[in-house]
Design a protein around this ligand. Structure first.
Ligand SMILES: O=C(CO)[C@H](O)[C@H](O)COP(=O)(O)O
Length: 195
């Protein structure tokens, strides 16, 4: 089980949420993997505070980090977090290859299946080509998908090769959230068994 923080300060996306204090509060009560997706234009500024607060994973956007991803990855690792990179629907996966092929590579790719910023949007099935290509080229990479995931879309993502699923509305809007989580998990596990 993973708990997810989404940071959106500094206008990479239009809405604003909260930061390291939330992670710090959560960390006092759980040993869970705290996965942080930084939808910000200045991710470097958040590495130190999130590391101190107890974050487990730190995923930045390639669109905001074209010039300093090497420095970012190094700093994220030095603070004991797992480095991940995310890409918006319009960004080609080729932009990520240098980060995956580097001697100090990112360890997770987050493929956005909606435009980042808001929950409750419609899943974009055409993003599955990115997931398939990544899975083919990087069999052991953690591939995360975010946006519109739920019982009706999970099989598309799982069979394409996604193994980390971000789900908001489908879980929090369900009468039985635990049942939805089990269903999402089962779909991923079944796909992994078949591949
Ligand atoms: O915030 C988001 C995009 O930035 C996500 O889409 C959100 O966290 C997941 O929500 P939902 O499952 O409702 O699409």
């Amino acid at each position: 089980m993973m708990i997810r923080y989404q940071g959106t300060q500094r206008h990479f996306v239009p809405n604003l949420t909260i930061g390291a204090p939330v992670i710090e509060s959560l960390r006092k009560h759980t040993k869970a993997y705290l996965d942080c997706h930084l939808m910000v234009s200045n991710p470097l500024d958040y590495v130190e505070p999130l590391g101190k607060a107890g974050a487990s994973g730190f995923t930045f956007h390639i669109e905001a980090s074209k010039d300093n991803w090497k420095e970012l990855v190094q700093l994220i690792k030095s603070k004991g977090m797992t480095p991940g990179v995310s890409l918006k629907p319009g960004t080609p996966i080729e932009d990520l290859y240098p980060l995956l092929e580097d001697e100090n590579p990112v360890e997770l790719v987050l493929v956005m299946t909606v435009e980042p910023g808001f929950g409750g949007q419609k899943f974009m099935p055409e993003m599955m080509d990115k997931v398939r290509t990544l899975r083919k080229n990087y069999p052991s990479l953690d591939i995360e998908v975010d946006g519109g995931l739920g019982p009706s879309t999970i099989d598309m993502a799982a069979s394409a090769g996604a193994n980390c699923i971000v789900a908001g509305s489908s879980v929090f809007g369900a009468s039985d959230p635990a049942q939805v989580i089990s269903l999402l998990r089962k779909s991923v596990e079944d796909s992994q068994k078949n591949n």
